[in-house]
Design a binder for this molecule. Structure first.
Ligand code: LMR
Length: 396
């Protein structure tokens, strides 16, 4: 029956975790997957999350199904977090938000909906992008193409080429954008570059699709949402997927949302209906637990402030690790410019290491990073950063 099923080659990020776990070497370091580890190498359970869970358990809530679109309180608080407290588009009820199974669920629901209503549209993703972007949109039957993005020579963005490519796309093409903490490079557009891009997206009648999985890890919760909010203010109609995996350290709870900014309330209502239908025929409705945690935290001013302080600590720790890495590598290889470690934003850093150097790091030094040379800076801590920096310098 199943002889024709071919073997799964594995996922470039998740399969690396499996290899890492099997490695018996005590000095091994995992810089592969995008997870925030604290100074002790643990994935934190935030105090505010723990307290909220205790309160939820004490409340003894029953677990009926959620509506297809998710918890009302969750959708409302997420919308405020993504778009800011007082956005005109929200006041006009032009934004529709549904709770999804993580940021990936948001991508899948959006992709299915776009395939149904824009069957001929392709998607353009940055070169490079998160490996799974291609796979998810391809899986939804959407043709995936690249736009130029990272410039290995300068460590910046090939912005003129990016703009030229996007300007030449057919109407209604989908353009996937990272509003902050670009995955995998850590290189973001400047506000001036976003300002140049927006009129092109609008005038060319393109469909921007923001994937915001790292809000808070770049410069701050509001700062990192700047591009999303600015495009809403500029009158854009677009999709935004967001996630609480990293920002609330709720990876396994799969808390995400998909928002769509529409031209008017009537279209937003129609879209909500079709998003519900898309959810229903994928997985029926989202889970309760994570949605309750998030909506309780974001719905309470003191808990929100506490959470924001936790995010600030995580963000600052990552920046401190960037500085340490930069210091040791620069001392070991003088005359070379490693300033990119300091300029990149968020969890990830593109190191410029080749696949062969990545293999050597793993085989000889037990330091794991994905094949593209991306490291998750949040896997570094005071105990391993010098070791990693020395190992990297040895293969560079
Ligand atoms: C990553 O890029 O490592 C994370 O987004 C985790 C994942 O699912 O790939």
């Amino acid at each position: 029956m199943f002889k024709h099923i071919d073997a799964y080659a594995g996922d470039p990020i998740l399969s690396l975790v499996e290899t890492f776990l099997q490695d018996p070497r005590p000095n091994k370091v995992n810089l592969g997957i995008g997870l925030y580890y604290d100074e002790d190498g643990r994935i934190p359970l935030l105090d505010v999350v723990k307290r909220t869970e205790i309160a939820l358990a004490a409340a003894g809530l029953t677990r009926s199904y959620l509506p297809m679109e998710g918890l009302a309180a969750y959708r409302e608080t997420v919308q405020r977090l993504v778009f800011g407290a007082d956005r005109a588009a929200a006041r006009d009820k032009r934004i529709v938000t549904v709770q999804t199974i993580g940021g990936s669920g948001a991508l899948k629901v959006g992709a299915d909906l776009l395939k149904r209503y824009f069957p001929d549209s392709g998607i353009w993703v940055s070169d490079p992008t998160w490996d799974n972007h291609r796979s998810m949109f391809d899986g939804a039957g959407i043709a995936v193409h690249d736009y130029p993005y990272y410039d290995p020579k300068s460590g910046g963005v090939r912005f003129a080429e990016m703009l030229a490519t996007i300007s030449s796309l057919p109407e209604r093409s989908i353009v996937l954008l990272h509003p902050c903490c670009h995955n995998p490079t850590g290189v973001d557009l400047s506000q001036d570059q976003w300002r140049e891009l927006f009129p092109v997206l609008i005038k060319k009648r393109l469909i921007p699709y923001f994937d915001m999985a790292y809000q808070g890890y770049g410069d701050g919760i509001d700062e990192d949402a700047w591009a999303v909010r600015a495009l809403a203010d500029a009158g854009g109609n677009f999709f935004v997927g967001n996630s609480f995996s990293k920002s609330l350290s709720l990876y396994g709870e799969r808390c995400g949302a998909l928002s769509v900014v529409c031209p008017d309330q009537a279209q937003a209502d129609l879209l909500l209906g079709q998003l519900k239908f898309t959810v229903r025929r994928n997985y029926s409705s989202p889970p309760t637990h994570g949605g309750l945690i998030v909506s309780r935290i974001l719905g309470d001013a003191a808990s929100t402030a506490e959470w924001q302080a936790e995010v600030a600590k995580m963000r600052e720790r990552i920046k401190a690790m960037r500085r340490s890495l930069h210091e040791v590598i620069s001392a070991r290889l003088p005359g070379r410019d490693f300033g990119y470690f300091l300029n990149q934003r968020g969890m990830f850093s593109y190191t410029g290491l080749s696949p062969a150097q990545v293999d050597t790091l793993r085989e000889q030094h037990a330091v794991y990073l994905v094949n593209s040379g991306r490291i998750c800076v949040a896997g570094l801590n005071l105990k391993n950063v010098a070791y990693v920096a020395e190992a990297m310098a040895a293969v560079m």
